[in-house]
Design a protein around this ligand. Structure first.
Ligand SMILES: NC(=O)c1ccc[n+]([C@@H]2O[C@H](COP(=O)([O-])OP(=O)(O)OC[C@H]3O[C@@H](n4cnc5c(N)ncnc54)[C@H](OP(=O)(O)O)[C@@H]3O)[C@@H](O)[C@H]2O)c1
Length: 280
């Protein structure tokens, strides 16, 4: 069962897992073709779904993901981003269902550090705080779980790669933050990592991220170079952290996770050719 199955990640992940032979029960809030509609803030709805469909595993992706919205609507965000996880852990416990939770690099951010899986979280945003609180309740209540922390995903329409390409192809300036750093992560690396965790019943926290930390400016320049676009349209600017809520540098260290999952994710420049099909 995949919650958030109609989101940017959930759509692609459902299709990937289905293609490699998993049976998928997709769930989202709004009704769409082939998707079960349920507002998961309602405990009875989750319990009914799990009792009716008896999934082996819940992949919990559903969340409010707009960082600014989360900051401006903290109570509403908490009910969704923490509250749903809290209910799901109770239902998983009762129904003996395994849980795989999608978390984020933003459980860190207070300091610049190469964060390991067992480092204590230090979030700076409402979004990050609810992800960290969700991780905590899962660890406290469940034994049969996996927490996947990922970051800055690319590999779908309207991702950073397509934004840069579209601007440069239309000869528009692209202002890219030189002081905002994360680890861009290719969904073509993330999904096999998730599948390895599922099929081997692996437990614990995993850093399923790309191998390099890049500023948005470096990220944009690598994209322009790879697609032979005019790099002079990319203008480095600095984000004002007195106004913007995002933590400036968040670097997840994936070394231990790569070793356990026996995967070596490529650098951004080596993955970009996979993006040709969906950018204009
Ligand atoms: N995208 C990234 O780069 C990234 C990076 C790190 C972590 N993540 C994590 O990965 C997960 C998926 O991210 P995404 O980018 O795919 O998010 P997204 O595009 O914003 O999709 C969010 C999904 O959650 C569902 N949802 C929200 N509230 C719900 C509710 N009350 N009941 C049921 N479903 C609800 C939405 O369904 P409706 O549309 O029907 O409301 C939608 O399917 C999230 O947990 C996110 O924190 C993503």
């Amino acid at each position: 069962m995949i919650t958030g199955a109609t989101g940017a990640v959930g759509t692609k992940l459902s299709s990937y897992l289905h293609t490699i032979g998993h049976q998928i029960i997709p769930v989202a809030r709004m009704p769409r073709d082939g998707v079960i509609a349920a507002d998961l803030r309602n405990e009875a709805a989750i319990l009914r779904l799990v009792k009716d469909y008896t999934p082996d595993l819940i992949l919990h992706l559903a969340a409010i993901t707009d960082l600014n919205f989360c900051e401006q609507h903290q109570a509403e965000t908490h009910i969704t981003n923490y509250g749903i996880t809290e209910i799901i852990t109770r239902v998983c416990l009762e129904c003996k269902t395994r849980l795989l939770f999608f978390s984020s690099d933003y459980v860190f951010g207070k300091y610049d550090h190469s964060w390991q899986e067992d480092d204590p979280p230090c979030p700076t945003t409402q979004y990050g705080m609810d992800k960290a609180a969700s991780e905590k309740i899962i660890q406290e209540r469940l034994t049969n779980y996996a927490i996947v922390r990922t970051a800055q995903l690319y590999g779908f329409t309207k991702d950073f790669v397509s934004l840069v390409c579209n601007a440069l192809q239309s000869k528009q300036e692209f202002h890219a933050f030189a002081n905002l750093v994360n680890c861009p992560t290719w969904i073509g690396d993330l999904f096999p990592m998730v599948n390895t965790i599922i099929t081997n019943n692996l437990e614990g926290i995993f850093h399923c991220v790309g191998p390099e930390a890049l500023s948005r400016y470096q990220y944009a320049c690598i994209i322009a170079t790879r697609f032979n676009l005019d790099i002079s349209y990319i203008k480095p600017i600095n984000l004002d952290f007195a106004i913007d809520i995002r933590p400036p540098i968040v670097r997840l260290n994936g070394t231990s996770t790569y070793k356990i999952l026996q995967i070596s994710p490529n650098k951004l420049q080596d993955n970009l050719h996979f993006c040709f099909p969906y950018i204009n």
